[in-house]
Design a protein. Sequence first.
Length: 356
Amino acid sequence: MTKRQRRPRHRRPPGWPAVATAFVRRISHGALHPAAMQHALADWEREKRRRPRAEAPRWALAFSGGADSLALLLIFWAEAEGRWGRDFVALHFNHCLRGRAADADERFCRKVCAALGVKFVSARWTAARADASEAEARAARHEFFAREMKRRRLRLLWLGHQQDDIAETLLMRLARGSGTGGLAAPRPVQPQADGRVHLRPLLTLKKADLVAALRASGAHWCEDATNAGDAYLRNRVRRAVVPAWARAAGRDVLAGAALARERLEEDDAALEAWLDQLAPLRGRTLDLARLTGKPRAVWRRALHRWLLAARPTTDLSRQGFEQLLAAIERGRDTRFSLGAKAFAVVRAGKLSLKRT
């Protein structure tokens, strides 16, 4: 074979550090959600004051191997140098629902983290079932996150939700009649009951833009075959409802949903602050007099808080909740079953829990 006939050499794909550097040039730091970044940097400043010799904060990042979580990992790794350091943990949960494909995703994530010098921790869902629901898989995944973060004393968990997730979640929760608290999800800063905080800095970015930037940077990622099917509600909303919505609206519905989410979060925070000022809850007793003359939205939130404090595991239905809400608004002495030998009792303008 002559020199002219010699087969051309294929260029090797760039290494992951080079991919991260190229990618972050296309997705600038200023494009990330300001609330998430402000919270993270404030957390890091507090940590440095508490531990002056600390080289990195105690943070974790959820890494599935998909485009979203890969984009987050690359941004986080590239931005970390000179800011918060690269001593963070990537957490991967293998749901074991896709056989070899799921195992291949785990190996991919491990290789990427090894190439970037990022600590990688994974776990498998030992209780996985073929008919497991999306909610069950999500619960198992977040149990792993919580368990691992507690064991390692980590405070912040970074998640790769982006603008498409906002639109999908909004439509799904509208279908089940959620209020402002539910419609404001996913939030850029989401405190957890155990003191951890979930951060979502990609909520200002669209999936298509992230994918385009990844491809232009020479990155490859895992594709979950189940996302192409219609087994889960989110997939059906993503594949059929959102595109139809965009065509019907003739505008950027993803940006519109993201803006609506921001406004809903503001309204939700305002109502929560109002209820805090009224302070009707004392331990497990709700003082109804403090709610007199207030809008029904405030009564509803107060009852939600009371239920969480007095009966967090109640199986009260939506209809039952509405009936109890109407009863406490009337203010007359009453007794309302909460199931399993427990009653909500209104007496002398106070709501309390009575067990039998």
